[in-house]
Design a protein around this ligand. Structure first.
Ligand SMILES: [Fe+2]
Ligand SMILES: [Fe+2]
Length: 330
């Protein structure tokens, strides 16, 4: 993935350093705004995934960079607390039902309904661009939790992830299936190709998973996050598939969505009971963190969905500096 263009003074300093411009020791961590904060965090986190073109892999564990990342995470965490409150202790035996209640109480923006019945071809294409940042590495942030678990919870996570990774068949990996949807819209399929086009709200959706997944201390939150995703996936994906067919999508371009209608109806049960329920029983002091992670997942996704709908409502693009022609396949 190519390093993106900076969005403020901090991301500029960070990207310069990764490009060989020196150390980050002593750099003051004061992002200009949300765009600068979320992009800086995304740049730091990507070092723990597939990395940046031309950037030394050793940056992943550079003390100066980790200090910058930790300070950015403090800012991000404060925003999460303002959004959904702080994690509160919970009775571990109630975790599966509490997850169901959190999901049932979520009356987020009706993005899936809009995509099903009203979105234009161009709007659906924008939606695919936003989602590509996650779907091209779908499941990877949650995989970081596997070595942190044991017993039933670990087996349940692996059962879910095995489906996400296509049971070991490349063409069935959800990351690969999404490329078929992207190809339908003539989009560049390269991993991370559209990071520069998405706003802070989209980066925050992705940064949240990294923030939870990369820290062992937040292993409860990443499981709650996964459960919230699995438990709110089946119906929206049905709507996305229907919307795409309405716009001329064929079986190949809708397979990603169709696959999730079936798979996630099963995953939601495994996630709530076998994964989160077993985990909470094994580590009861983290039961509240599981629920907090689920609340964060829904709240941050809702902010993103609302921003997209607001942009479309006022006849604007939901992307940054978006020109359709610049993202066509070469
Ligand atoms: Fe998936
Ligand atoms: Fe799933």
């Amino acid at each position: 993935m190519k390093l993106p263009s900076p969005r403020g003074s901090l991301s500029s300093t960070l990207i310069d350093a990764l490009n060989g411009g020196g150390s980050l020791a002593g750099v003051s961590v004061a992002p200009d705004d949300d765009e600068d904060l979320q992009l800086s965090l995304f740049v730091c986190y990507e070092l723990a995934y597939r990395g940046w073109d031309g950037v030394d892999d050793a940056w992943e564990w550079d003390p100066g960079l980790l200090r910058v990342r930790a300070e950015l995470e403090r800012g991000f965490e404060e925003r999460l607390h303002a959004l959904v409150g702080v994690p509160a202790p919970a009775d571990p035996s109630t975790v599966p039902q509490a997850l169901l209640d959190i999901v049932a109480a979520d009356d987020g923006p009706a993005l899936s309904k809009y995509l099903r019945g009203q979105a234009t071809h161009e709007q659906f294409r924008e939606f695919v661009v936003h989602r590509s940042v996650y779907h091209l590495r779908e499941a990877d942030p949650h995989t970081y939790a596997i070595p942190r678990l044991a017993g039933r919870a670990k087996a349940a996570l692996i059962e879910i992830q095995l489906d996400e990774y296509g049971g070991g068949v490349t063409g069935r990996m959800h990351q690969e299936l999404f490329k078929q949807t992207m190809a339908h819209f003539g989009l560049d399929l390269t991993y991370g190709a559209h990071v520069g086009a998405v706003p802070a709200t989209t980066l925050a959706v992705n940064n949240l998973m990294s923030f939870f997944g990369l820290h062992r201390a937040r292993r409860g939150a990443i499981l709650g996050h996964l459960a919230a995703y699995e438990m709110t996936s089946s119906l929206p994906n049905r709507a996305y598939g229907t919307g795409l067919r309405r716009l001329g999508g064929d079986a190949s371009s809708t397979v990603f969505y169709d696959e999730h209608v079936e798979a996630d109806a099963v995953h939601e049960q495994i996630a709530a009971h076998d994964l989160c329920g077993s985990f909470a029983a094994a580590e009861p002091e983290l039961a509240g963190q599981v629920l907090w992670g689920a609340r964060c997942a829904l709240a941050v996704d809702n902010l993103w969905a609302q921003a997209v709908l607001d942009a479309w409502d006022s006849d604007h693009t939901s992307l940054r500096g978006w020109r359709a022609s610049t993202t066509l396949c070469a």
